[in-house]
Design a protein around this ligand. Structure first.
Ligand code: NAP
Length: 277
């Protein structure tokens, strides 16, 4: 699937670097098929020496050979990068953007042509190769190209295809989701400390509890409620704890959080009145 591919990264920071790490660990594609360009020369050399990928000092040289171009720069510098790329893509590479909140149309307009574009929303666990990514494509992307894009993001976790109109919901769920989980984890640790456990021990127990529970859901394929019922014995400790969470409205609060983050993402995606055209 990647035999003829030259994968070019523009931006090798947190996300670009994490993707390069995952892809080279998976050998998908081979390191000598991965090019990276970054304005930070030290970072570029680090990526080259750590992963055996090819550091390219000029953006023009990178896009001339890349068959897939990954835009991994911050949304604020995206316009500048698109302007630099404009007119340099006659070979019609697949463009993959991971910039949060930047619509496919904005990228197409910036590049000035109807190129195949995939927009991806990964999340921060990509830094430890456990990202949940959602990918949306425009009409110019072939099924084969979409499969390639999904495979690339599966190298750093799981990846699903969605319609672009669902990207705000993805942002509110898995994009912001690590923060919800972290707040939950922090509260559990504090609960353990409140009940007298030393903090490092509470932390160790909580992190493994969350990790193990996630793994149990994945490996058994059973409904979360069914797994919960298995540890909720009549008149026992767990049902007493659950009663408090229900009374506090935990479930409603979490659903509201996803809704609020989704609506905020939608709002941020709307053209701002003072934004340059
Ligand atoms: N981090 C996340 O959790 C996360 C999650 C989902 C999506 N994303 C998206 O991923 C993208 C990258 O985020 P990140 O956290 O990886 O950012 P980052 O660590 O700042 O990485 C971006 C890299 O691109 C470099 N750069 C800036 N201008 C450039 C240019 N014109 N040409 C080439 N390289 C350039 C930056 O160098 P300097 O540092 O010197 O500017 C930096 O090394 C963003 O669009 C973000 O929305 C990130």
């Amino acid at each position: 699937m990647f035999d003829q591919v030259m994968l070019g990264f523009i931006g090798g920071g947190n996300m670009g670097g994490a993707l390069i790490k995952g892809l080279t660990a998976a050998g998908l594609p081979r390191p000598d098929q991965i090019l990276v360009h970054d304005v930070d020369r030290d970072r570029l050399r680090d990526l080259e020496s750590s992963y055996g990928v090819k550091a390219v000092d000029s953006l023009t040289d990178l896009v001339a050979t890349a068959t897939i171009v990954v835009l991994a720069v911050k949304p604020q510098v995206m316009n500048r990068v698109l302007t630099e790329l404009k007119g340099r893509l006659p070979h019609r590479p697949l463009i993959i953007s991971i910039a949060a909140g930047v619509a496919i149309d904005t990228i197409a307009r910036g590049l000035g042509e109807d190129l195949p574009i995939v927009r991806v929303m990964p999340n921060t666990p990509a830094l430890v190769q456990e990202s949940a990514s959602a990918l949306a494509r425009n009409a110019a992307v072939s099924d084969h190209q979409m499969e390639q894009a999904l495979k690339l993001f599966e190298a750093v976790g799981v990846a699903v295809a969605v319609e672009e109109k669902l990207m705000d919901a993805v942002t509110g769920l898995s994009g912001s989701g690590p923060a919800y989980v972290l707040q939950f984890v922090e509260s559990l640790i504090d609960g353990g400390v409140l009940m007298g456990l030393p903090r490092p021990i509470a932390r160790k127990l909580v992190v493994q509890t969350v990790f193990g529970t996630a793994r149990m859901i994945l490996e058994t394929g059973r409904h979360p409620a069914e797994l919960k019922d298995m540890i909720t014995s009549p008149g026992g400790t767990t049902i007493s704890g659950l009663q408090v969470l229900e009374a506090a409205g935990l479930r409603g609060a979490i659903m509201d959080a996803v809704e609020a983050a989704t609506l905020r993402s939608r709002e941020l995606g709307r053209p701002q009145p003072d934004a340059p055209a």
